[in-house]
Design a binder for this molecule. Sequence first.
Ligand code: XUL
Ligand code: CO
Length: 439
Amino acid sequence: MKEYFSNIPKVRYEGPDSKNPFAFKFYNPEEKIAGKTMREQLKFSLAYWHTLDAEGTDMFGRATMDKSFGETDPMAIYKNKAYAAFELMDKLDIDYFCFHDRDIAPEGPTLSETNKNLDEIVSLLKKLMAEHNKKLLWGTANTFSHPRYVHGAGTSCNASVFAFAAAQIKKAIEITKELDGCGYVFWGGREGYETLLNTDMELELDNMARLLKMAVDYARSIGFKGEFFIEPKPKEPTKHQYDYDVSTVLAFLRKYGLDKVFKVNIEANHATLAQHTFQHELRVARINGVLGSVDANQGDVMLGWDTDQFPTNVYDTALAMYEILKNGGLPSGGLNFDSKNRRGSFEPEDIFHGFIAGMDAFALGLRIADRIIRDGRLEQFVKDRYKSYQSGIGADIVSGRAKIEDLEKYALKLGEVNAIGSGRQEYLEDILNSIMFGK
Ligand code: XUL
Ligand code: CO
């Protein structure tokens, strides 16, 4: 089989002192951390769209990378993308991948020809998955790039567009099932609006819920057992995306009775765009029982758009992995690198540098999160901070025994509240640094 990255060897763990650019310094797949191997804890996944398709275009510039893999005929290009994807996963020791329908096969002039192209590539992927022992983390449908989706897909003002999107999602669910995907993602590509002057928000949201319900019912009817995820994002491409953040998604799911069916796929850069930390979104999901999967990347806090950089900020990965460990891992999800090389990092070896940096950053995050939990000081501080709820009036509040009149009686007798306690933020930040960098 042709090798596309022949100058790059298989990447292996060499430890923190290694200076080998093609070695992991912190990701040691078979090492056990917090009771499981790092491979099982982290469940890394390659995003097909960034790695095999994106060519470094931006609003002002053409492609800087060639992802045609030596071919000119569309089907031949997409077959080579598949071979290259499996070579990359082998060399980087990545067990999972994710795709949109339109990432893996070219569109034909009609939906049935497009579906035929998809079927041909799906059988190739199935064969390669068996040969290379790789798994599909999740599949999804791209219902945002084609001009027909200019006003949205499930939230389009045009019923024929809604029907087209439904047909596309039906097929994407079928191929996800065919490849035994662990999950299926709905990211609301253009499900949002530019101006309320032309928008029936209520109908659009009702229709979105109708589409989700149809899709889930169909998937279950054909025996798809995977998890369904919604991926929140506050803006881009539309000015206001309906799936703004985890809290907004929860309110939507509860309104339409879909909250038992969906979990969320949280992307770090989308959290930044919503002006939340990555950890905030993970925490909201975790305490509501919907933390499903993660799109691992990072944004730039000085830029207002989705830069999808490979994650390297270890404070963020440590606090993210803390939430994930507290969640008992991501049973039906994983860490999907929805990350791409910068436009200026256009050489094939940069793909490896991006993944190695991201995998090492999450491996460090896992090691630190495990140390935070074993050290115990931060968790003990939080526990002690709320100890007034364990007895007396606090226990009555928590158990529901105390009525508002009882609290008034209690407060009137109190005079003033003493010993509220310092929040000790700087002390705790210093503990975090000592756990991260101390011996
Ligand atoms: C876009 C984004 C998507 C989803 C899948 O910002 O994150 O690629 O992850 O549709
Ligand atoms: Co994403």
